[in-house]
Design a protein around this ligand. Structure first.
Ligand SMILES: *Cc1c(COP(=O)(O)O)cnc(C)c1O
Length: 403
């Protein structure tokens, strides 16, 4: 079957696809229709937290699949109630509103922030975001996504948005004091914006300014959540308390699920009829989410994750030391890694292609940054396999430079 030409014929081409048709996934590997295996260091964009076909996920899929798939929001939904309770118990006091995706979580956040300003009657309006942020592609969310190639000239709602530079605390203080925005929304690690972690001290200062100026403090944990950076949610490294947390991606164990955790200031603002969706929370997605949490909260899993994360960063540091010209610095946090290469976009693209031929799947963002979003089930053996191939590619790049 020529999947590539059928894809081109029948599916709108909003993505540049790798010409590989996937037949199955197992553990940290994907297999194509020819049986070739790929170490998956992309995990469907930070979705498959436990790799592929994890026994806990398969079990939850079977058990819930045999009960019911969809019931709508007319009934009590035990798997979703349980997931919401656990998310709250491991983050901040509040309540959960579930969605089907990350962008819809951002939409819910925009509406909640609006409800809050209306209820407070303070005349506040607008949301502060960072340059290069990504908060989704629906029109409301797009207003908060500050990457020109993403927002283009699509129509955007006209609520005020203040775009600030990450790390510039004086600028943020001035805007919060003088413009009186309703909320500040940030990714703790800018993901598609180049894998840029915000300093913990910066996040603490942002939280303090929000507190002092009465501005809501919201964290977009859609990519950084579910153990990705070593804590369940990345804001927990900085020990700050957001008013609002956005989640999605890994939360449904591979199925669509997202939402917001609304802290105490916001938790009761939506009344029946104010917001809703047919599908979310899918009981099946919620059951899988519970299975992911079972694993993430397991002490043995956490210590294995810590060990392999340290090993990965140590080996990356060796690589940086070996190729100081092409690789000046590493970025990221936990299992969210950016490897910015000082070579041309074409060379980075070729490197990605060569790795793929060697059976290793990595992502590239912002043209020259190799991005790793590995499964949290990564092993030291997987790291060795990646490093061996990557070192070989880097040697070739370095040799090319000299020639
Ligand atoms: C992926 C992502 C989104 C959008 O999620 P979708 O499910 O693709 O709509 C929003 N914010 C961040 C930080 C993301 O990484």
């Amino acid at each position: 079957m020529d999947w590539r030409s059928l894809d081109q014929q029948y599916i709108v081409s909003t993505y540049k696809r790798l010409p590989i048709a996937i037949a199955k996934g197992e553990g940290n590997y994907l297999y194509d229709t020819n049986g070739k295996g790929y170490l998956d260091l992309f995990t469907g964009l930070a979705v498959n937290v436990l790799g592929h076909s994890h026994p806990r996920i398969i079990q939850a899929l079977r058990e819930q699949g045999e009960q019911f798939l969809h019931i709508s929001n007319i009934f009590l939904n035990p798997p979703a109630i349980k997931l919401a309770q656990r998310l709250i118990e491991h983050t901040i006091p509040g309540k959960v509103f579930f969605t089907n995706s990350g962008a819809e979580a951002t939409e819910a956040a925009i509406k909640l922030i609006h409800k809050w300003t209306a209820a407070e009657g303070t005349g506040r309006s607008g949301i502060v975001v960072l340059s290069n942020s990504f908060h989704g592609r629906t029109l409301g969310a797009l207003r908060l996504t500050r990457q020109p190639h993403v927002y283009q000239d699509f129509p955007q709602p006209d609520f005020p948005v203040y775009e600030l530079k990450a790390g510039d605390i004086d600028q943020l203080r001035a805007v919060c004091e003088e413009r009186r925005p309703a909320a500040v929304l940030m990714e703790p690690v800018l993901g598609s914006g180049g894998v840029v972690p915000l300093a913990e001290s910066y996040l603490q200062e942002v939280a303090a300014i929000c507190q002092a100026t009465g501005t809501l403090f919201a964290m977009d944990e859609i990519q950084t959540g579910m153990g990705r950076t070593g804590k369940l949610f990345a804001f927990q490294h900085a020990a700050v308390t957001p008013d609002l947390i956005l989640f999605a991606k890994g939360v449904g164990g591979g199925l669509p699920l997202g939402g917001v955790i609304a802290g105490e200031k916001l938790q009761d603002l939506f009344k029946p009829g104010d917001h809703g969706t047919t599908f979310a929370p899918s009981p099946l997605s919620a059951a899988l989410g519970n299975a992911v949490l079972d694993e993430l909260l397991d002490a043995a899993f956490q210590s294995q994750l810590q060990d392999v994360t340290q090993y990965l960063w140590d080996r990356l540091e060796d690589l940086r030391a070996a190729f100081p010209e092409q690789l000046q610095s590493l970025r990221g946090k936990g299992m969210m890694v950016g490897i910015p290469l000082s070579v041309s976009p074409e060379e980075v693209s070729r490197l990605q292609q060569n790795l793929l031929e060697e059976g290793i799947l990595v992502d590239v963002t912002q043209k020259t940054i190799v991005r790793l979003l590995p499964p949290l089930t990564l092993t030291r053996g997987d790291v060795d396999r990646f490093m061996e191939a990557f070192t070989r590619e880097m040697s070739q790049l370095a040799a090319g430079k000299e020639a």
